[in-house]
Ligand binder design. Structure first.
Ligand SMILES: [Zn+2]
Ligand SMILES: [Zn+2]
Length: 255
């Protein structure tokens, strides 16, 4: 069974989805899901954390082979200790490490791009990802490497491997060496050009020793669950990467 390993429900500040709705939609699609609620510490304006004890208490009865319980950690160097404690002290199936902030500015905001070139902002984004990955050895998969392309205010926000190959190579090498997975986030894969632009990054991951990918829709609503999972599976196959999901922090795959 294919697993959508990146699904937000109502413990995430930006989703209202009930877990029952997510489970119902996943079962219609014949998918399993991993719930990965947002935990972004030190967020300046909003509370992007959740009550982990309550999460496990409320969702324990749904936990099964088809419903795994994880977390999406916002990686920031200054939150390292707090994030590590969260992972060490709770029985997650899966931990995604994501970059949502760079230099204390949310990537989502216009302010991050204001009066700066694409080269500059994207390079800072990758540097900050690399800085975090050097110490965040307790994550299982690196979330949405193309996240910045969702929000960048440039005529062409696409991520081209050749434009940032030095920094991307460093990141991919580190992920491979640490035997972590790389996420193929399916949110932007609706556009065939985007697929073509991202493919060299996943290919390079394999060339640099990477072996595992997780597939995640990043759904915040039922209609997004499982979106483009077939395209992501094709990408993985084309790049000779094994599609895994994590259960009790260990990689599993379809035999
Ligand atoms: Zn994210
Ligand atoms: Zn997410």
């Amino acid at each position: 069974m294919l697993v959508d390993t990146h699904v937000h429900t109502c413990f995430s500040n930006d989703s209202n989805m009930a877990i029952e709705t997510a489970i119902h939609r996943a079962s219609e699609l014949g998918l399993a899901i991993t719930i990965t609620e947002h935990m972004d510490m030190a967020y300046p304006e909003a509370d992007v954390t959740f009550d982990i004890k309550q999460y496990f208490k409320d969702y324990a009865k749904y936990r099964s082979e088809k419903v795994l319980l994880g977390i999406e950690l916002g990686m920031r160097t200054e939150c390292f200790n707090d994030n590590r404690d969260i992972v060490n002290n709770n029985p997650f199936d899966f931990v995604i490490g994501s970059i949502h902030f760079v230099d204390n500015i949310e990537i989502y905001l216009e302010e991050f791009y204001h009066s700066r070139s694409k080269l500059d902002t994207y390079n800072r984004y990758f540097e900050s990802m690399l800085d975090c990955l050097k110490t965040y050895d307790f994550i299982d998969s690196v979330g949405h490497i193309d996240y910045i392309s969702r929000y960048a205010r440039y005529d062409d926000p696409e991520l081209y491997y050749y434009e940032f190959s030095d920094r991307i190579d460093e990141i991919l090498k580190l992920v491979a060496r640490n035997e972590k997975a790389l996420e193929i986030n399916t949110r932007r894969l609706t556009n065939p050009d985007t697929v073509a632009n991202l493919l060299p990054i996943y290919k390079r991951f394999h060339e640099l020793g990477g072996q595992m990918v997780t597939l995640g829709s990043d759904a915040h609503k039922p209609e997004s669950i499982g979106s483009n999972l077939a395209i992501a599976t094709d990408i993985a196959e084309a790049c000779k990467l094994r599609v895994v999901y994590f259960k009790q922090r260990k990689p599993e795959w379809r035999k």
